[in-house]
Design a binder for this molecule. Structure first.
Ligand SMILES: O=C(O)CCC(=O)C(=O)O
Ligand SMILES: [Mn+2]
Length: 211
């Protein structure tokens, strides 16, 4: 795996943002955050080396398999509950540590945890939710890196589900959600049955305390 911390900073390199204008939200989208070489290499490395598992979650009182694979990395002592289960942190492998540093310096935010998702094909998905667990604080900053198949990411306003926004998350792109986004909006990654290729998504988070 070659160096993910590039010599020039991403800002100097001119990673350009598409600001997304949504009321009561703060979203920045960088469609080409990673170079072609970086995204190809990182995708292969993540596919082969992450601690992927298909977890059971409770849905209406019964255990069902999550419709995607996940892996969780965090600093020692970070205690996080997600979808009703407590996640056991794994130590950061070197390429993930490099990515964390690069994304922290780009966004100017610290991150102490990473939830990785692998959508194996278009039938894998993530349902409507907000990343608004108490342990993420009142205004979470979530940096979400996408690799592989392009998938649609949708947002809907909590107070009016008909108010929606959608964007296609490209291979090598970075989406930053911050401010009041989680307070006022939910997001989801719906099924896309015509998609046959996998997509990996890395969401960097800062966990402040046990939930
Ligand atoms: O796959 C995505 O882009 C969304 C992931 C997500 O919302 C999450 O991990 O909380
Ligand atoms: Mn989320």
């Amino acid at each position: 795996m070659s160096d993910l911390i590039v010599g020039r900073s991403d800002r100097e390199r001119g990673a350009t943002a598409a600001e997304i204008e949504l009321p009561d939200a703060s979203l920045s989208y960088y469609p080409a955050f990673l170079s072609l070489e970086q995204k190809t290499e990182l995708n292969h490395w993540l596919t082969a080396h992450l601690n992927w598992r298909q977890a059971d979650i409770q849905l209406f009182g019964r255990a069902v398999r999550e419709p995607r694979l996940t892996a969780w990395y965090a600093d020692a002592g970070v205690d996080y509950r997600y979808s009703g289960r407590r996640l056991q942190p794994c130590a950061w492998p070197e390429p993930l540590e490099q990515l964390r540093q690069r994304i922290s310096s780009f966004t100017r935010h610290p991150f102490n945890a990473l939830l990785a998702n692998c959508y194996r094909h278009g039938s894998d998905y993530m349902g409507w939710h907000s990343d608004d667990e108490r342990s993420l604080g009142p205004a979470p900053v979530i940096a979400s890196l996408s690799l592989g198949a392009e998938r649609t990411f949708v947002l809907r306003r909590k107070a009016n589900h008909r108010e929606k926004y959608q964007l296609e998350l490209a291979d090598g792109s970075l989406l930053i959600m911050q401010g009041t986004t989680q307070q006022y909006w939910q997001h989801a990654l719906p099924r896309r049955l015509r998609v046959t290729q996998p997509r990996i998504n890395l969401t960097f988070r800062q966990v402040f305390s046990a939930a």
